[in-house]
Design a protein around this ligand. Structure first.
Ligand code: VG1
Ligand code: CO
Length: 556
C-alpha cells in the first residue's frame, strides 16, 4: 500500500498530563490535532520498538473513538508497525492494552461537547514514563510531516484479521483472554460460590462505560451473578450523559441503592476506561486508601496469585498511610510515589512491587505485566472488584445458608481494629479559574518554604512541610513539585495539588488525613473526625479568597 506524506504544522499545547493527553472533542477534531500527536509519538520511539511489531489499540467507547481508531491505524501502518490488535468496536479497557494506545479520557465525561483523550502504554504495558512523554511533546513542536498509509477504513465490527501487504489489523474479542488471566489470578470457583448464594446480593454499576462490555460475560455468565445485578451495562458514547467517575458524587445511583432500605451486600462501580473502582458494602463506603491496604493485608490468604506473599507495596503520596501500616506489619518493602500510575511501573519491572494503589479509586497489582516482552492483549475490568469479592468469598466459604455472613463493613472494621484507622478525605474543586488556583498553590508553597519543624497550627505541631519530590529507586529519575504538604507530629497530613487530568481551568485537590489508634473512635464519620484539619487547610490556604469557592464539587 502507498504511504502518503501529509504536510503539517506544529500545534501548541499537546503536553500530556497525569495520564495521557486530554482535551475537549472540539480540540481533538481540529485539523491534524490527533494525527500530529500520534506521528510525534512514533518520532519519539526507537524504531526497533515498533517496526514490524504489534501494538494494541483500545478505547472506552466514547464519542470520536471510531474516527480516531481509523486515524491511528493508518498512521501506525504508515510508520511501519506490523500489526494492530484492536478490540471489537474499538472497545478495550485500560488495564488490557499492554503496549499500545488507549482512546479514553478515563473518568472525564464524553460526547461532542465533552472530553476525548489518548494514553500510550509502553513496552511492558506501563503508562509511558515522563522521559517518553516529554520527547513526544518536544516533537509536537517541530513536526512537519505525517506518514499515513493509504488503506481503506477497517471494519471494527467483525472479528478477524485483515491483511494489507506487510501490515495487518486483527479485531479481537477480548473477554476470553481476560477471563483466562483472571483464572490464573483468582479462585473463580470460590467467587462463584459467593455470587450464586441466595443470601448474598451483588450489584455492579458499569456507568455506561467500558466495563459494560465485560460485566455480563464475567459476573453473570462466568461467576453466576444474576442478570439484574449489572446496572448501566451498555457502553454509550456519552456514558448516558453521566460522568463516568466512580465516587460518592458521580455514582450517586449506586450509592443510593447501597444506602437504601435492604440494600445489596456488595456494590462496585468502575470508570470510563475500567481502571478505577469503588467498593461499597451495605450502607458502607470503603475509602480507596483503605481498600488497597485491606487487599494487601488479605492477599496472601485469599488470592491464589499472592500465595507466596506480595513482594512489596506502594501507594501514591496523597493516598493515606493505611498501607504503610500493613507493609510494616508484614515486613514488606514499601514505596511512596507521586500521583499517577506511571510511577509504579519501574518498581514492578524490578520485582520490588506487587500491590499498589491510589486514593483516587485505583488499586492494582503486577499481574497484568508480562515480562517476556510479548505484547499481550489482556483485558481488564476492575481487578479490585474481583480482589474484594475474593476476600469476602474466602471469609464466608464455610457459612451455611442462613448463617450471618461476614460483610464488607465487618472486614473493614476488623482491619481498623488491628491496624488503627487512617481517616481520609479528598476535596475537589473542579474547573476553578486557573489564575486564582495557581496563586493559591504559590502562596501555599511560600508558607511551606518559611515553615519549620515545631511550628504550631492550632492543636497540631508541624513535623515537616515540603513540596513532594521523588527519586525513582530503579532508574534514578527525579520529579519535583508533586504536591505541597504539611505533615504533623501525630502523622496527620494536609496536602494540596492541582489535577493533571482536566481539560478546562484548574482543579484543586485537598487531601486530608488523620490517624486514630483508638478503636472506640473508629465508627466516627470521616467528615466529623477530620473537621478540625479541614478547617485548618481552608484557612491556611485561603482557598476561598483565591478561588472564590466556598464548597468543593466532590468530596471523597
Ligand atoms: C487523577 C488521580 C490520579 C490518577 C489519574 C488518572 O489525576 O488523582 O491518582 O492516577 O487521575 O486516573 P489528577 O492529576 O487529576 O489528580 V484515570 O482513571 O483518569 O486514568
Ligand atoms: Co481511568
Amino acid at each position: 500500500f502507498p504511504i502518503n506524506s501529509v504536510p503539517t504544522k506544529p500545534i501548541e499545547g499537546q503536553k500530556t498530563g497525569t495520564s495521557g493527553l486530554r482535551k475537549k472533542v472540539k480540540v481533538f477534531t481540529e485539523e491534524n490535532y490527533l494525527a500530529n500527536w500520534i506521528q510525534a509519538l512514533f518520532n519519539s520511539l526507537p524504531p526497533e520498538d515498533y517496526k514490524n511489531g504489534v501494538l494494541v489499540l483500545g478505547g472506552d467507547g466514547r464519542y470520536f473513538n471510531r474516527e480516531a481508531s481509523q486515524i491511528i491505524i493508518k498512521i501506525a501502518a504508515g510508520n511501519g508497525v506490523g500489526k494492530i490488535l484492536v478490540g471489537k468496536e474499538g472497545i478495550m479497557s485500560t488495564p488490557a492494552a499492554n503496549g499500545g494506545f488507549i482512546m479514553s479520557a478515563s473518568h472525564n465525561p464524553g460526547g461532542p461537547e465533552y472530553d476525548w483523550g489518548i494514553k500510550f502504554n509502553y513496552n511492558s504495558g506501563q503508562p509511558a514514563p515522563e522521559s517518553i512523554t516529554d520527547k513526544i511533546y518536544g516533537n509536537t513542536l517541530s513536526i512537519s510531516e505525517i506518514k499515513m498509509a493509504d488503506i481503506p477504513d477497517v471494519n471494527l465490527s467483525s472479528l478477524g484479521v485483515t491483511e494489507y501487504g506487510n501490515f495487518s489489523v486483527e479485531v479481537v474479542d477480548p473477554v476470553s483472554d481476560y477471563l483466562e488471566l483472571m483464572e490464573n489470578v483468582f479462585d473463580l470457583e470460590l467467587i462463584k460460590g459467593l455470587l450464586s448464594r441466595s443470601d448474598f446480593r451483588f450489584i455492579f454499576d458499569a456507568m455506561h462505560a467500558v466495563t459494560g462490555a465485560y460485566a455480563k460475560p464475567i459476573f453473570v455468565d462466568k461467576l453466576g451473578a444474576s442478570l439484574d445485578s449489572i446496572s448501566n451495562g451498555v457502553p454509550l458514547e456519552d456514558f448516558g450523559h453521566g460522568h463516568p467517575d466512580p465516587n460518592l458524587t458521580y455514582a450517586k445511583d449506586l450509592v443510593n441503592i447501597m444506602y437504601g432500605e435492604n440494600g445489596p451486600d456488595f456494590g462496585a462501580a468502575s470508570d470510563g476506561d475500567g481502571d478505577r473502582n469503588m467498593i461499597l458494602g451495605r450502607g458502607f463506603f470503603v475509602t480507596p486508601s483503605d481498600s488497597v491496604a485491606i487487599i494487601a493485608a488479605n492477599a496472601q490468604e485469599a488470592i491464589p496469585y499472592f500465595m507466596s506473599g506480595p513482594k512489596g507495596l506502594a501507594r501514591s503520596m496523597p493516598t493515606s498511610g493505611a498501607l504503610d501500616r500493613v507493609a510494616e506489619k508484614l515486613n514488606l518493602p514499601f514505596f511512596e510515589v507521586p500521583t499517577g500510575w506511571k510511577f509504579f511501573g519501574n518498581l514492578m519491572d524490578a520485582g520490588k512491587l506487587s500491590i499498589c494503589g491510589e486514593e483516587s479509586f485505583g488499586t492494582g497489582s503486577d499481574h497484568i505485566r508480562e515480562k517476556d516482552g510479548i505484547w499481550n492483549v489482556l483485558l481488564g475490568i476492575d481487578r479490585a472488584v474481583l480482589a474484594w469479592l475474593s476476600i469476602i468469598a474466602y471469609r464466608n466459604k464455610d457459612k451455611k445458608p442462613g448463617e450471618k455472613l461476614v460483610s464488607v463493613a465487618d472486614v473493614v472494621k476488623e482491619h481498623w481494629a488491628t491496624f488503627g484507622r487512617n481517616f481520609f478525605s479528598r476535596y475537589d474543586y473542579e474547573e476553578c479559574e486557573s489564575e486564582g488556583a495557581n496563586k493559591m498553590i504559590q502562596n501555599f508553597r511560600d508558607i511551606v518554604s518559611k515553615s519549620k519543624p515545631g511550628d504550631k497550627y492550632g492543636n497540631y505541631t508541624l513535623q515537616f512541610a515540603d513540596d513532594f519530590m521523588y527519586t525513582d529507586p530503579v532508574d534514578g529519575s527525579v520529579v519535583s513539585k508533586q504536591g505541597v504538604r504539611l505533615v504533623f507530629t501525630d502523622g496527620s497530613r494536609i496536602i494540596f495539588r492541582l489535577s493533571g487530568t482536566g481539560s478546562a481551568g484548574a482543579t484543586v485537590r485537598i487531601y486530608i488525613e488523620q490517624y486514630e489508634p483508638d478503636v472506640s473512635k473508629h465508627e466516627m464519620d470521616a467528615q466529623v473526625a477530620l473537621k478540625p484539619l479541614i478547617d485548618l487547610a481552608l484557612s491556611v490556604s485561603k482557598l476561598k479568597d483565591f478561588t472564590g469557592r466556598d464548597k468543593p464539587t466532590v468530596i471523597t
